[in-house]
Design a protein around this ligand. Sequence first.
Ligand SMILES: [Zn+2]
Length: 357
Amino acid sequence: MTTVTKALSVGALRAEPGTKTRGSVRADLGTLTVDLPLTLVNGARPGPRVTITAGVHGGEFTPVDAAARLATLLDPDEVRGQVIICPVANPPAVYDGRLNVSPVDGVNINRVFPGDPDGSPTERLASWLFAHLVDGADVYIDLHCGGIDQVLRDFVGYRLTGAPDLDGATAELAGSFGIEDVILGLEADGGNSHAAAARRGISAVLVEVGELGQRDGATADRRVDGVLQALRHLSVLAPTGQNGPTGTTAPAVREWVWAAGVTAEATGLWYPEFSAGDDVAEGDLIGRIIDPADGAEHEVHTPVGGRLFYGMHGLTVAPGHELAAIAAPWDPDPATRPADFRTPGVGVAPAEPDPHA
Ligand SMILES: [Zn+2]
């Protein structure tokens, strides 16, 4: 980790050591501009730089709520290092669409990181966020939850990079949020922001807490507490202090790896037969799609066994819509891992290692 004692600035926003600055910075996306809300917390003492984003997707309310609460809560006198908080990283998707794709160009920004400064508006936004907020951080925490039509069991995700020190530090970080389930991706590939950050050597995690458009304070507080615990783990905050509960012991973590994403093969009405967090066996029926024209029934079975971490809750689906994502227990020891367990690029695997994220 680098130690930082100098001024912290993003665009025209600037925070001297020992101060906090709140405001917004305008990003030019070619055909439009967006104003990104930012809080810069520049600690009185040196330490790592941590970037926290929420609102990368629209319709994910508790992360936005939690990031805003955190921005109010953090006191630069108590912070070692620097914390950059962006509660609404994708304003068009958050304010105008409430979906994981942007209404501006139909792009899911979390498929295109680190972005393209000459690309579509969403690709330009990804590039701006990556260049101004993520690159240069020691640690990156990206807050998500199930969307308005998604059920989800809380989990932390991260990607293996093959660099032992980085992967070890990220595994410890992933275990510090007080969330039992950690899902790892065996490669740092694809356009997820945390994957792109991992490829740059940044310790990066995806934190998923909440579902179904919930916006209750208890869920947001649970998330804030988790981030505060992580900041204590990183020594950005002292082990005990004014911010939230103290002395809580992190639960034992179970590690999983993504095993399958199940997508709809028919248009119609979706009747799931699972709850988020259910354990399923290969071939289990997980729901039915009913054709509203003639009542014809299309059964959906899971191609793999494991735990169902999130799934579609909306009634109406079309081919390609994601119905469920399933992870299998991960055995880090190749000597005892089942020989047929999937290796990167082999066997049944979702098109994206983090299909929702
Ligand atoms: Zn998301």
